[in-house]
Ligand binder design. Sequence first.
Ligand code: ZN
Ligand code: ZN
Length: 362
Amino acid sequence: MTAPYADRVGRVQQSMAEHGVDVLLLSVGGDLPWLIGYEAMPLERVTMLVVPARGDATLVVPRLEAPRVAPDVPCSLEPWEETDDPIARIASIVGPARAIAIGAQTWAEFVIALQRELPGGRWTSATTVTAPLRRVKDADEIAALARAARAVDVIAVEMRDQSFIDRTERSVHQELNERMLAAGHERTNFAIVAAGENAASAHHEPGNRVIAAGDVVLLDFGGTMDGYCSDITRMYVVGEATDEMKHIYRVLRDAQEASVQAAVVGATYESVDAAARDAIAAAGFGEYFIHRTGHGIGRDAHEEPYVVAGNTELVEPGHAFSIEPGIYLPGRFGFRLEDIVVATDAGPQRLNEAPRGLAEVE
Ligand code: ZN
Ligand code: ZN
């Protein structure tokens, strides 16, 4: 991957000027690795990048983690010792700045301490500055998303040949995590396994439910590979699908296809959401589609843009997002179908190509 980071710092400073932000503070979360290629450890020892409106950025980092910082990061380093007060250090670098944007996932403990050290600051979320830039992926980022998507595609296909019957959801969950790591992900982010009536709960936590003949099984899994996230949902049924299952799944599959095809450059995100929602409603299942159609994906598994009613933002080339409508029949079963899609001038392109049919498994 070429080093895009120096260019990104310049673009972030331009975005800061446009939004009237004096200083940007980034810690854990996707903003920091996107901007300088370094990911903060989620620890009680604070790591904070201080980006002024003009001039060089400074990374305040625990001394023991400084060796992990690449020598060519586009910022200066301020390692702090165990007996230092890193919050005071950060505050002194921030100086008299008034409009302060801070990373959305920064620990509250650090935010509160900084607010005490910097009275009079006007605090906003860094998302205002970073999201408009981060959601347009460059060619290297799309290539990374495509590699991650291919890795989970292979797993989704391999799961068609696995035996599900008499296993717990948790056992399949562990298998998915192991497969993601074996396929090159540096970490797993989630592996939802929801059997039977549990598949009607969109974000079910896999448990001791034993998978039985006739169960629908929902697998929704993803991780992070070379810094970029994967996220796929495929549906399985143990034994033969009933006619009702086949009918509802067909409705869902057509709705997902309609939504993907609606994701053309210049369309609003609410229209992409409506394409799936209208198709499901027309078939009489509207009340059973209870969440937005999708979310952006990149360094974070969920990021802007969101494919949701009320979002009038436009699809632009380089946007990457999930299209994942669902139909959930409470107490019975549910279906979701999810692919990652990249918007291009030539039309929407799916990154996931694993077969989308309802897989009948043992
Ligand atoms: Zn998912
Ligand atoms: Zn998703």
